[in-house]
Design a binder for this molecule. Structure first.
Ligand SMILES: Cc1cc2nc3c(=O)[nH]c(=O)nc-3n(C[C@H](O)[C@H](O)[C@H](O)COP(=O)(O)OP(=O)(O)OC[C@H]3O[C@@H](n4cnc5c(N)ncnc54)[C@H](O)[C@@H]3O)c2cc1C
Length: 372
């Protein structure tokens, strides 16, 4: 390839989608990754990521998710690969919890489909969940999951088919020319002036066997997230800097025998992306049978697989998309704060527009680095 017009640094889901979107515009683009994507050293791994229409993080994410849904479908069509499995998403918590209230009010303001289940309905329709008195459910019927590994492969394959180039196993340290930096938790190392605004947080998910796999099949058991003290007994403020956080989440079985669960409430701050990826005692303690039994029935606390994943948190939990002060040639994609994946194709489209000096399709001012 002749000299690239745009270089993309980092080929997790954000960089891969950006490379695809640049190539789709006919831009000569080269993408670099320090590892061989998809890999399990960043934030885009673990076989499933939730896509949802309902947003408790703010209405600015509704249009972004809507556009991303369109582009996920486009990527499926263009590659001929099914990526999205629709399951619905059940948000469970006290009626006045931040998750339920935030998502419900946003859905009402933005005219999104949703269903509220009172305690009795929730228990009757989804007996797999243990529901305390006063807890209700909010169902996002259009939610579902995508495999991050398959999505990265699809986006990179499509980008290459459209003329992009991928160079792997090489960490870029110097940024020159028009560049999109999508290095995940390495953002502080690559763009030092943003280091003070990014904190890295360690999370995990585990795969647990179920007694009755049919009850946990995608057709009967939606993905779920909970903001219930039953999951941990700890108030949410103790465990996270952000005001709206998920205590526990999970997926239906995709292999006919196990479900994937995570407990974001155990998240701890770490200094570097290069972490020891073996389970910590606190993480294993969270997987004790009594904690699982507090939220789910028929799930055995015998993890057969375990994976660590890192959040790149911004100070306010909002994304960082745009050029840092004095660096017009650089477009940064970062600060995804544990909720970026679903939006990746739309973020890639925005990045491709910004990097080529054209008007992005959505208002990006809420994510400007200038607010930091
Ligand atoms: C446990 C967990 C659960 C989550 N669940 C969801 C969910 O259900 N739904 C959702 O929407 N979001 C979810 N998220 C968040 C989402 O996964 C992330 O926001 C998203 O994957 C971030 O992608 P990224 O491309 O920015 O980062 P990464 O995937 O980390 O990619 C960054 C890439 O940059 C490369 N790199 C770094 N530095 C350099 C360099 N100098 N040169 C070359 N390459 C470099 C790295 O090797 C890496 O491949 C979750 C996150 C975690 C940790």
């Amino acid at each position: 390839m002749a000299e690239p017009e745009v270089t993309v640094v980092g080929l997790g889901i954000m960089g891969s989608c950006t490379l695809w979107q640049l190539a789709a515009r006919g831009v000569r683009a080269v993408g670099y990754d320090r590892f061989v994507p998809p890999h399990d050293q960043g934030a885009s791994h673990g076989h499933s990521r939730m896509l949802r229409r309902l947003q408790f993080e703010g209405d600015q994410y509704v249009a972004l998710a809507d556009r991303a849904y369109e582009l996920w479908r486009q990527l499926e069509r263009e590659t001929g690969r099914p990526l999205f499995t629709r399951t619905g998403l059940l948000i469970i918590g006290p009626g006045d919890s931040q998750l339920i209230r935030g998502a419900r009010e946003s859905a009402e303001r933005c005219g999104q489909r949703h269903e509220v289940l009172d305690t009795a309905e929730l228990r009757e329709r989804y007996p797999q969940h243990r529901v305390a008195e006063g807890e209700i459910g909010l169902l996002d019927p259009e939610a579902g999951f995508v495999s991050p590994e398959e999505a990265i492969t699809a986006a990179l394959d499509r980008a290459c088919a459209l003329g992009a180039e991928v160079r792997i196993g090489k960490a870029l340290e110097k940024l020159e020319g028009r560049t999109v930096a999508a290095p995940g938790t390495w953002l502080g190392a690559l763009v030092p002036e943003l280091a003070q605004h990014i904190s890295i947080e360690r999370h995990f998910f585990a795969w647990l066997p179920v007694r009755d796999p049919a009850a946990y099949a995608p057709e009967r058991f939606p993905m779920w997230i909970r903001e219930s003290s039953a999951a941990t007994g700890r108030p949410i403020e103790e465990s996270h800097q952000h005001s709206v956080r998920i205590r526990a989440f999970g997926f239906p079985t995709t292999d006919g025998s196990r479900v994937k669960v995570g407990f974001p409430v155990t998240g701890v701050r770490v200094d570097t992306p290069e972490v020891d990826r073996r389970p910590r005692p606190q993480e294993l303690a969270m997987l004790a049978q009594e904690n699982i039994d507090a939220i789910l029935s028929g799930v055995l606390a015998e993890p057969s697989d375990f994976s660590v994943c890192l959040y790149d948190n911004s100070p306010d939990g909002d994304f960082i998309i745009g050029s840092p002060p004095g660096r017009p040639e650089l477009t940064v994609l970062g600060g995804f704060s544990g909720h970026g994946f679903k939006h990746a194709p739309a973020v890639g489209e925005i990045a491709a527009a910004l990097a080529t000096g054209t008007q992005p399709p959505l208002d990006v001012s809420p994510w400007s680095p200038l607010r930091l």
